[in-house]
Design a binder for this molecule. Structure first.
Ligand code: NAD
Length: 364
C-alpha cells in the first residue's frame, strides 16, 4: 500500500508528495528530471548528523552535493542566516540557475531553505525533505516560504512551490517526543476542518498514534497531506479565504507565542487556540457543544494543553490581537467552525467581550 503519493494539483507547478518508510529513493527520478548542475543541501544542527547520511546516499552520483548546516530553532529564520546562505552559494560559486536546493529538516528549514530557493537567482527548484511531523503534515506542502523580521514572524516571504516533497517517515523515529506530540495538534485541527474519518481514526487509536505506529502514521500523514493539497489547489495564494481556514486555532496561538515566547511549542499553542476557537464557535456560529467536546477530549488524550494560563488577562490579549497580521481594519478574520468540516471566516470586533470569550472567561 505504501509509499503513498499525493499530487498537489497546480497546473504547471503540480508536484507529488511521497509518503512512507524508506522512500528517499524517490529523490532519484525527481532529480533526474531536473538535471541539476549542483545540489545545495540545507539542514539544521540536530537533523543533519542524524539524517544527512541517508540523503547523501540517495543522491550519490547525481550531481555535486554541497551542504550548509544552520543552528536548530526559529532563530535561523533570520535575514542574517539567509545572507549566510547567499554568501555560501554565490560567494563560493557553487550555485547557478540549474542548482537544486534540498531542504532537510523541520518547518524552520523548509521555510528558510524554501525562501532561499525562491530568491536565489530569481528562483531555483527545491525539494522538501521534511523531518518533523509538523513539517510533514503542514509546512512542507503548499509553497509558503518565509523568514522572520524583528517586526514579526514570517513577514518576509514568498509563494514558491517545491518540485517534490518526500516524507520519509523513518526520520520521525528520532523526533523528540514533545515535538511529536505538539504536531499532533495540527493533525487534530486538520481532522476538525476536514470533518471526515480522520477524527475517528485518531479517536480510536490515541495510544498507537503516540507510539508512532508505522501503518497508522503513514495513514495520518497521507490524510493531512491530501487535505492540505486540496485546499492549496483551490486557493494557492490565500486569496479566496479557503486557505485562511487552515488558521483554525491560530488567533489565540499567536497571542500565546508572543506573550510567552519560550513556554509553548507551536502545536501546544495551537491546541489551546483550537479549544478556544471551538468555544467561540459554540457561541457565535452554533457549533454543537458535543462536537467541540469530541475535539477537546482528543487533544487531552494526546497530552496536549487546553487552557491559556490564568496570568494571561483579556487586556493583554486585546493588545496582542491589535498586531495580528490577519486583521483587516477594525475587525479580525476569525476562523470558526459551524460543524466539523464546515469552517467559516467570521469577522469579529476584537473587544473586551471577545477577548474574554476567547479565553473562556466570563465577561463581567
Ligand atoms: N510554510 C508553512 O506553510 C508553515 C506552516 C506551519 C508552520 N510553519 C513554520 O514551521 C516552523 C515550525 O516547524 P517545526 O515545528 O518543524 O520546527 P523546527 O524546524 O524548529 O523543528 C523542531 C525541532 O525538532 C528538531 N527536529 C526536526 N526533525 C527532527 C528529527 N527527525 N529528528 C530529531 N530532531 C528533529 C529540530 O532540529 C528542532 O529542534 C515555524 O517556523 C513555522 O512558522 C510554516
Amino acid at each position: 500500500m505504501y509509499p503513498a503519493r499525493v499530487t498537489v494539483q497546480l497546473a504547471a507547478r503540480s508536484y507529488d508528495v511521497a509518503i512512507g518508510r524508506d522512500v528517499l529513493g524517490e529523490l532519484r527520478p525527481v532529480l533526474a528530471a531536473l538535471k541539476p548542475s549542483s545540489l545545495l543541501l540545507v539542514s539544521d544542527a540536530n537533523v543533519a548528523p542524524l539524517h544527512a547520511p541517508a540523503v547523501r546516499a540517495a543522491v550519490h552520483g547525481l550531481a555535486e552535493l554541497h551542504e550548509f548546516v544552520v543552528p536548530a530553532g526559529e532563530g535561523s529564520k533570520s535575514p542574517a542566516r539567509l545572507n549566510a546562505l547567499y554568501d555560501w552559494a554565490l560567494g563560493g560559486r557553487i550555485a547557478d540557475r540549474r542548482s537544486v536546493v534540498l531542504a532537510l529538516g523541520g518547518g524552520v528549514i523548509g521555510d528558510l531553505a524554501g525562501y532561499f530557493a525562491a530568491t536565489l537567482m530569481r528562483g531555483v527548484p527545491y525539494i522538501q525533505l521534511p523531518a518533523s511531523l509538523l513539517a510533514m503534515v503542514d509546512s512542507s506542502v503548499g509553497g509558503k516560504v518565509a523568514i522572520n523580521h524583528a517586526a514579526g514572524k514570517n513577514l518576509i516571504g514568498a509563494f514558491h512551490q517545491p518540485a517534490a516533497v518526500i516524507c520519509e517517515l523513518a526520520f520521525l523515529d528520532t523526533l523528540p517526543r514533545r515535538e511529536y506530540v505538539s504536531a499532533l495538534a495540527e493533525v487534530v485541527k486538520t481532522a476538525a476542518l476536514a470533518g471526515d474519518d480522520l477524527h475517528t481514526v485518531l479517536d480510536a487509536n490515541p495510544d498507537a498514534i503516540l507510539a508512532r505506529d508505522h501503518g497508522l502514521l503513514a495513514r495520518v500523514v497521507q490524510h493531512c497531506v491530501r487535505f492540505k493539497a486540496g485546499i492549496v489547489a483551490r486557493d494557492e495564494t490565500e486569496t479566496t479565504g479557503q486557505r485562511a481556514t487552515l488558521n483554525l486555532g491560530h488567533t489565540l496561538a499567536h497571542v500565546l507565542e508572543t506573550a510567552f515566547p519560550d513556554r509553548y511549542l507551536h502545536g501546544e499553542a495551537v491546541a489551546i487556540g483550537l479549544a478556544a476557537a471551538l468555544g467561540v464557535s459554540i457561541a457565535r456560529t452554533g457549533l454543537a457543544p458535543d462536537a467541540a467536546n469530541d475535539v477537546t477530549r482528543l487533544l487531552a488524550r494526546l497530552g496536549l494543553p487546553l487552557q491559556a494560563p490564568p496570568e494571561l488577562d483579556p487586556a493583554r490579549v486585546l493588545e496582542l490581537l491589535a498586531s495580528d497580521k490577519k486583521r483587516e481594519g477594525t475587525s479580525l478574520n476569525f476562523v470558526a467552525l459551524r460543524a466539523p468540516g464546515r469552517p467559516e471566516l467570521l469577522p469579529v470586533r476584537p473587544d473586551a467581550g471577545f477577548a474574554a470569550l476567547l479565553l473562556g472567561r466570563d465577561h463581567g
